[in-house]
Design a protein around this ligand. Structure first.
Ligand SMILES: [Fe+2]
Length: 361
């Protein structure tokens, strides 16, 4: 069962937000995205305004409701800003939709033509965890700046070296992780790549379990987390309460030079979790020699992990909303296809410190 839906890649990630104009500014100035396209009142879009932000192969769409009756308005009231759609580029949206539904996915809407002066795309969508959806998009002969309805609206950002979405993690309720892993297996043909149990990821207080689902080519990876019982409230429980349902917890952005990217992001004011300096006392012993200067790594607060295939460098932002929900990971892979298991303990202790500051531990 290789690629039953004929999936090509992640087309874009759509966030439903309270103020897309200001969010676009944040991703442009903070993360260095280029603004590519826009729809809103000026382009004849009466219900929503959206901004398309792009950096290399990473596309974000930020959408806000203009019409209070549009579902994005109520979505923001209940969840705060969050990821609505992990949209997938497929060979044939009709085929992907029919096959997905046959394999047990629930339909959001059936395949339809979406048209503007630049041409036509076929578009369908199915539900995944919480209120998150997967769009299936395929192109007929489309030549516009992004997708039908959008007009070119270029505002360059100062790029920071973000290449693509490496993985996107979903948080689901206790006891539901296996069912959602099965969903990605049964519907998408993904396999269980790695799993972490509570022994891997427990700290004194809070714990989680995780299964990484991947396509056969490792281009699309969707880890699924659920809370594990601990002495205090799990970070996953905190998310589920704040978001009001299962949803996307973090988006990992792959870069080619983590030092360069993280230096720029920190200068731009993006806030990251910091582990105690003592982490760096033993890190070289744990991972062996690395190409990057360890002093610089320490100064920026970048974490390192190693497995049989190589190593990786990663760092996690604080939540990018006032509710403790979605955050970002910046990751550079040097051979490793892992997720930083060796960093979980140090990281989660840093995270719990933040959680305690919020009064949620
Ligand atoms: Fe991650």
């Amino acid at each position: 069962m290789q690629n039953p839906l004929k999936l090509k890649k992640i087309h874009h990630v759509e966030f439903w937000v309270g103020n897309a104009k200001q969010a676009a500014y944040y991703y442009r100035k903070g993360f260095g995205f280029n603004q590519l396209a826009y729809r809103g009142l000026e382009t004849g879009s009466r219900d929503v305004a959206s901004y398309v932000l792009q950096q290399n192969k990473c596309n974000f769409v930020l959408t806000t409701a203009i019409n209070p009756e549009h579902p994005a308005a109520d979505h923001v009231r209940r969840h705060g800003d969050g990821v609505k759609d992990i949209a997938l580029h497929v060979e044939d949206a009709d085929f992907a939709f029919e096959e997905a539904v046959k394999r047990g996915a629930k339909a959001v809407f059936e395949p339809k033509d979406v048209i503007d002066n630049y041409g036509t795309v076929r578009w369908a969508a199915v539900h995944t965890y919480g209120e998150t959806i997967h769009s299936f998009i395929s192109y007929k002969n489309y030549g516009g700046p992004f997708l039908p309805g959008f007009q070119s609206a270029i505002v360059p950002g100062e790029e920071t070296g973000i290449l693509l979405v490496d993985h996107m993690v979903g948080n689901v309720e206790l006891g539901k992780m296996n069912a959602w892993a099965d969903f990605y297996h049964d519907v998408f043909g993904f396999h269980r790549f790695i799993s972490f149990d509570d022994k891997d990821i427990s700290t004194e207080y809070s714990a989680l379990m995780s299964i990484v689902m991947s396509d056969d080519s490792y281009f699309v990876k969707f880890p699924i987390n659920e809370p594990a019982p601990g002495k205090r409230k799990s970070q996953i429980d905190e998310y589920l309460e704040a978001y009001g349902s299962p949803g996307v917890q973090h988006i990992a952005l792959r870069v080619t030079d983590v030092i360069e990217t993280v230096s720029k992001l920190q200068k731009n004011g993006i806030e990251f979790l910091r582990v105690p300096d003592s982490y760096y006392d033993i890190v070289q012993e744990r991972v062996g020699p690395i190409d990057e200067p360890i002093e610089k790594i320490k100064q920026l607060g970048i974490l390192i992990d190693k497995d049989d295939e190589g190593y990786l460098l990663q760092i996690f932002s604080k939540p990018v909303e006032d509710r403790p929900t979605v955050f970002f990971e910046i990751i550079q892979r040097k051979g490793s296809r892992g997720f930083g298991k060796g960093n979980f303990k140090a990281l989660f202790e840093a995270l719990e410190l933040e959680q305690a500051r919020r009064g949620n531990l």
